[in-house]
Design a protein around this ligand. Sequence first.
Ligand code: UGA
Length: 438
Amino acid sequence: MKVTVIGLGYLGATHAVAMAELGHEVIGIEPDSKKLESLAAGILPFHEPGLDAALPKAISSGKLTFQSEHNENSASADLHFICVGTPQTKGSDAADTTYVVAAAKELAKWIKPTAVVAGKSTVPVGTAATLKTAMTEIAGFEVHLAWNPEFLREGTALEDSLKPDRIVVGTWSQHSVDVLREVYAPILATGTPFLELDVPTAELVKVAANAFLATKISFINAMAEVAEVSGADAVALARAIGYDERIGNKFLRTGIGFGGGCLPKDIRGFVARAEELGVGSAVDFLKDVDAVNLRRRDKVVELAKSELGSLTGKAVTMLGISFKPDSDDLRDSPALEISQRLTALGAKVTVHDPVSLTPLATRSPELYREEDLLKAATGANLVILGTEWKHYREIDPIEFGKVVSTKTIIDGRNVLDVPKWQAAGWRVIALGRNVHNG
Ligand code: UGA
């Protein structure tokens, strides 16, 4: 099938490569010339394991080509995926749909009447209906618009795209269902559930899923707050409740909380949209989910102050700065915000991260960057583990202890073998665990 993928950020670039891997003829459309040039040269402009190797393969197979805007070639496609971003609006919690609206309107000038348009971007419920009206008016015929949310996670994006838990489509026409079934046929052949829904439900599935995931994380982090003042251990608690199959043990890792380009802005956007619809109170609890999450960052700043007293001139080493491992994404990263706040309080924060130091240089140049782990920790008065890269689990606390000034570490992700670190003379402050008293 001939398809276009409009917008080549994390979602679009991954989806374009995935579609090429399924054997389709894919045209990636991206107006940002820097991003486009990089992708066309087979170089992924961000870190994503597996996708970096799959991209040049897709290009050399001839299945994936790129262009900066629509033309006769892309106009002949049978299916167009809209993958542009919906960031948080500046100065508001609402999702900014400007790019989706612009992409849909531009596409409407080019598409053929039988083409299907599948929106994959995360949008406020009701967006697709507005887009359909606008596109139909511009195209001069009823556009086959569908909503087909994407559930990929950074770090495992390609794998998630090719082996999803489910494929969700919201449609207004049987033709859209047929075309989407056809494009995903190789995935469906493996038994992947295909859910045919109405459009508002399909739009809601995505934000509801992210809201649920965020709630799970904040639930366990709320328990961590209670554990911290009652002598309990939130990690052991998560394990104990997780054995109940109705609760499950996933997404109950306590620590400095969730960040990234999706969960934080999606829960805020959801609240804003529900308020517009007059049902704000239904999802009011998501404000608490957000607040619990942000309080974990405050907690680390408070811990640093109580360990170091005045932060002026104190050397702090941050291990990991991306919002999660296997990603160089710094959007709303808890480790980044903590580093920036400690710097603002006078600390000299040196960051180590396996892949994120280059984007960090642009994003937050006031932070010191060090590629060598031992050099990054040399002279540190305090070490904070901010991202659970496997590199940090493998640190030898004895060797590591030789370079720092003070053997104190805040385990912001609860991944360290605490007794082993304590045996090497470290004071370990693990969020939600009280182990520093032990
Ligand atoms: C999230 C969803 O998991 C995807 O299903 C969704 O498709 C994606 O957003 C999106 O909307 O595009 P992602 O942002 O890549 O994916 O990252 P997650 O794996 O969800 O992790 C989010 C944050 O939660 C990270 O900062 C992670 O460290 C944190 N987290 C995760 C915890 O603090 N505890 C946990 O138990 C799990």
